[in-house]
Design a protein around this ligand. Structure first.
Ligand SMILES: [Zn+2]
Length: 353
């Protein structure tokens, strides 16, 4: 792949390659990422295997399909399932976007984007509306996704039943029998104890009336976007070697009781940068100790800064599209309900995907 600086100079300040710094080593690397590698990094057999798992997942919405997860040049838990899925789907004509917690510029997102650009020769973008494949961690974009787009979510924990039983074997039997009594009891106990369901992220959903699914650690704000969407959602867990999917126009309902409906987060304030009140906001603290809210979706926030009234479906040929809170018919959901927990941000701790 590369012509390294030669010489076994091991004087102080240099390593065995003779380069003084990591930067010098990187400068010596060839820009031609394809040299010595298969297209899109993974070998053809692996990509076919991932695509077969994706097809099976699409055929059985919400069902966890095993796949032979490969080692990737990033640590397990940092999006290896997502990148394997993205690289198996991407072609040279496609445009790729990667977000991490709504931001395009985090180190992890930038590295995944660069790996795809180098090895799959794809265009990359930060514009949600311009991307064919979007890989994401912890968020679904604010702008409505269309029928020709695929959202690949990185998944740390695949099974929502693991919160009530650590045994995967027992949980697989529960999925087979659609026996979800335990999770309902957990929700009920949460209401008895706290007066409401206390799940900030990874809110369990029922897919197509059959499979209970973990939507990955997206905030509750994003959960309604899964229902009857135009686009395909793929969920990939590299560590657990599982892929599952929500195909377009699939019924996805968060678990809730008739007298205790599902509620999204509410924010007391608007985005400091663009003034938005209909987006998922992140609380940040300035150097002066002032606490303020900004949009979590940085790409859409930049567009809103130029055009504050820009609707979330501005790029589609129709308007009033139902895409979670603040769009179409779901506006009431965003304004009339209180937070189900006191923590608006998905609390994922060190839980890398
Ligand atoms: Zn904003």
């Amino acid at each position: 792949m590369t012509e390294r600086p030669s010489g076994a100079n091991n004087e102080a300040g240099t390593d065995m390659t003779g380069a003084a710094t990591v930067g010098e080593v990187l400068d010596g690397l060839s820009d031609d990422g394809l040299e010595g590698y298969t297209y899109a990094y993974l070998d053809e057999h692996t990509k076919r295997e991932v695509r077969r798992a994706v097809l099976k997942a699409v055929a059985i919405p919400g069902h966890q399909v095993p796949f032979a997860s490969r080692p990737m040049p990033l640590a397990r838990g940092w999006g290896t399932g997502g990148i394997q899925t993205s690289l198996s789907l991407l072609g040279p004509a496609e445009t790729f976007k990667v977000i991490d917690q709504g931001a395009d510029d985090s180190v992890n997102a930038a590295n995944i984007r660069r790996l795809a650009a180098r090895t799959a020769d794809v265009e990359t973008t930060t514009d949600t509306t311009a991307a064919d494949v979007i890989q994401t961690r912890h968020r679904i974009p604010e702008e409505v996704l269309g029928a020709d787009q695929v959202l690949v979510l990185q998944v740390p924990i695949t099974d929502p039943l693991r919160t009530v039983d650590p045994s995967d074997a027992a949980n697989r039997r529960r999925h087979a029998h659609a026996n979800y009594g335990k999770i309902w009891v957990r929700l009920y106990e949460s209401i008895v104890e706290h007066g409401e369901v206390q799940i900030a992220a990874r809110y369990p959903v029922m897919v197509a009336g059959r499979y209970l699914m973990d939507p990955s650690p997206i905030p509750r704000w994003d959960v309604p976007k899964l229902d009857n969407a135009e686009n395909l959602f793929l969920f990939a867990a590299g560590r657990e070697a599982r892929i599952y999917a929500v195909p377009p126009h699939t019924d996805v309902q968060p678990l809730a009781f008739e007298d205790r409906p599902f509620r999204v987060e509410r924010f007391d304030g608007a985005c400091r940068a663009c003034g938005a009140t209909d987006t998922y906001l992140t609380e940040i603290e300035t150097e002066d100790g002032e606490r303020l809210f900004v949009c979590n979706d940085t790409s859409f926030c930049e567009k809103r800064q130029e055009e504050p009234a820009l609707p979330k479906d501005h790029h589609l040929d129709r308007s009033g599209v139902d895409w979670g809170p603040g769009t179409g018919t779901s506006v009431e959901m965003a304004t009339d309900t209180g937070p189900a927990t006191d923590d608006p941000a998905p609390d994922t701790g060190g839980d890398r995907t």
